[in-house]
Ligand binder design. Structure first.
Ligand code: ADP
Ligand code: MG
Ligand code: MG
Length: 249
């Protein structure tokens, strides 16, 4: 599904990713952990195609196709989803209307007609039931006054509706309360399938109690320096990152 080789990237001439390799297959859940400033969000943003970074070497392939020259929208249309891609508040545009527009734009890019309203409603009903999202929430203005948990709920709902091949959830450093963690975990667990893959970027081992990853990677100083199974996250929780840095010397 995703194959990254020797990815090197910088911003304002500062080197951030320094030869990163990562392979993610369909059906897998990967967690990326690592100290602050290691380059985790940079990696997520570069996979999604954010333009402020300069990729200086390496390749990013999605299903065998080099996507490194594609614009963010084109990557989204190819099935890449990054959380918090649409953090804007849009007063007067509901959660539902926003996602309808996003879905129809994706269809248009593929040369398809708008999804028939009946099918759209059915899908909204199914996905919101699956994720236990109530109707009132769906009619609220996008992100306006949303709590942390509600932002997560909206994000997971967008992910459910867009059915990405590759979902990247960058949980950021800022406070995810236990409700938000559960919403994310529950959503990922319900939406994962043999045909899609998920990359969860997190500081919180706790999240990985709910989402059991197939692989845990440690990103340190712009590279993946260690890969293990779910038990690696527990080890990191117990011992921190210093022992990994020492192993590298
Ligand atoms: P992480 O998500 O692992 O905490 P980031 O990818 O956010 O790390 O950041 C990696 C490094 O790149 C940090 O030193 C950070 O200061 C720098 N960096 C990231 N984004 C920018 C930016 N837009 N402008 C300048 N420096 C940046
Ligand atoms: Mg950070
Ligand atoms: Mg980050």
């Amino acid at each position: 599904m995703l194959k990254i080789e020797n990815l090197q990237a910088s911003i304002d001439d500062k080197s951030i990713l320094k030869g990163l390799n990562l392979e993610v297959k369909a059906g897998e859940v990967h967690a990326i952990m690592g100290p602050n400033g290691a380059g985790k969000s940079t990696l997520a943003n570069i996979i999604a195609g954010k333009e402020e970074y300069e990729v200086t070497a390496g390749s990013i392939e999605l299903n065998g196709e080099d996507i490194s020259e594609l614009a963010p929208e084109e990557r989204a249309h190819n099935g890449v989803f990054l959380s918090f891609q649409y953090p804007v508040e849009i007063p007067g545009v509901s959660v539902t209307n926003f996602i309808k527009t996003a879905i129809n734009e994706t269809r248009k890019a593929k040369g398809l007609e708008d999804m028939p309203a009946k099918d759209m409603l059915k899908m909204i009903r199914e996905k919101s039931e699956l994720l236990e999202i109530d109707r009132k929430f769906l009619s609220r203005s996008l992100n306006e006054g949303f709590s942390g948990g509600e932002k997560k709920r909206n994000e997971i709902f967008q992910m459910a509706m867009l059915e990405p091949k590759l979902a990247i959830l960058d949980e950021t450093d800022s406070g995810l309360d236990i409700d938000a963690l559960r919403i994310v975990a529950n959503g990922v667990n319900k939406l994962k399938s043999k045909d899609n893959a998920v990359i969860v970027i997190t500081h919180y081992q706790r999240l990985l109690d709910y989402i059991v990853p197939d692989f845990v990677h440690v990103l340190h100083d712009g590279k993946i320096v260690k890969t293990g199974d779910a038990s690696l996250a527990l080890e990191l929780e117990a011992k921190g990152y210093d022992w990994i840095k020492k192993e590298l010397v």
